[in-house]
Design a protein around this ligand. Structure first.
Ligand code: PMV
Length: 314
């Protein structure tokens, strides 16, 4: 066993296919190494009680707030696997991932903690094992998670995701491309947005279903573009996907404004990401220089924070 166990993970964004993924259409999600979370765990000496240090809560493990109940169950399960359920520990979490912005903060944190705990025991953890442990946390935190957040936070590659099917890691060859991620400053509203779309499916099935199908076709056209470095067409598809999401009424004025600002600043395309009604916008640039110009313009027009993710490293 080691003195300290360390684990890392990252935020995720949905690049294509939010909402349509609920209706069995494919989605493409991307891990963002530029926005990371790390965890460190060590066992306590001298009968010190278990403690956690994190952005939300610093204090005794036994007084952990309800929001962290999922993390608690997952850690108990992992320690039990190593027959150490009664061993006191100190867990430190450092996260750059904003919560409730569709960036998968809870799943990424769980991935980092599970990796850190296995690392403490000097054991490797397979991706499947990792997903099973993280699912314990996500079930408690989110009720009925699609699994997309955990699948992406545990991957180094973009993910092709179809609900109920095994997810696939996608190859990508986007040498000079950059993704700008901008926080609109408004919390995303996942359950409200998903319920909105479901209502539209009931009241206006034909129109709503044809938008969902169009988003499925857009996502299906993406994998060859990732391989062929076709940044222009990827940008066009992002704009088209944003337009579909607008028609589903899950965008808002601020996201629409930021989408226009990004394109006017020279981005190849831009769209909201995640549930919508708030959360983040993503924009595709074909150079580092353009990405920082787009980020600056987005901040000037109200984005509260921006990140730049190079896409060439995948
Ligand atoms: O904003 P997020 O990361 O919670 O994404 C929601 C994505 C939806 O497609 C709208 C819902 C889902 O469960 O996939």
């Amino acid at each position: 066993m080691k003195k300290y166990g360390n684990g890392k993970s990252s935020a995720k964004i949905i690049w294509f296919g939010e909402h349509s993924v609920v209706y069995e259409q494919p989605a493409i999600a991307l891990p963002l190494s530029a926005v990371s979370v790390s965890a460190q765990i060590s066992f306590n000496e001298n009968n010190e009680p278990s403690r956690i240090y994190s952005r939300y809560y610093d204090g005794l493990w036994r007084q952990l707030p309800r929001e962290l109940a999922g993390i608690k169950q997952m850690v108990i399960k992992i320690l039990s696997r190593f027959d150490k359920a009664d061993q006191a520990f100190t867990l430190t979490i450092e996260s750059e991932i904003p919560s409730e912005r569709g960036m998968g903060s809870s799943a990424a944190t769980a991935v980092a903690i599970a990796r850190a705990t296995f690392n403490l025991f000097d054991k490797n953890i397979s991706r499947n094992q990792l997903l099973q442990y993280v699912d314990i946390e996500e079930q408690i935190t989110h009720g009925n998670p699609s699994g997309l957040d955990a699948a992406t936070a545990s991957s180094k590659w973009p993910i092709w995701y179809v609900k109920g099917a095994e997810n696939m890691q996608l190859d990508m060859n986007l040498a000079g491309a950059f993704l700008v991620i901008a926080d609109s400053g408004i919390k995303g509203k996942t359950s409200e947005a998903v319920a909105n779309v479901s209502d539209q499916m009931t009241t206006d099935y034909d129109k709503t279903n044809s938008i969902i199908m169009e988003m499925g076709q857009i996502a299906s056209a993406v994998p060859p573009l990732l391989l062929n470095n076709d940044i222009d067409e990827l940008g066009n598809l992002m704009n088209a996907n944003h337009n579909c999401l607008r028609q589903l009424h899950v965008s808002n004025q601020q996201l629409d404004k930021l989408q226009r600002v990004a394109v006017l600043a020279g981005a190849k395309g831009a769209k909201l990401t995640g549930s919508g009604l708030g959360g983040c916008l993503i924009a595709l640039s074909d150079s580092a220089q353009n990405a920082s110009l787009v980020a600056k313009q987005l901040e000037k027009h109200g984005a509260t924070k921006t990140w730049i993710q190079p896409l060439g490293q995948f």
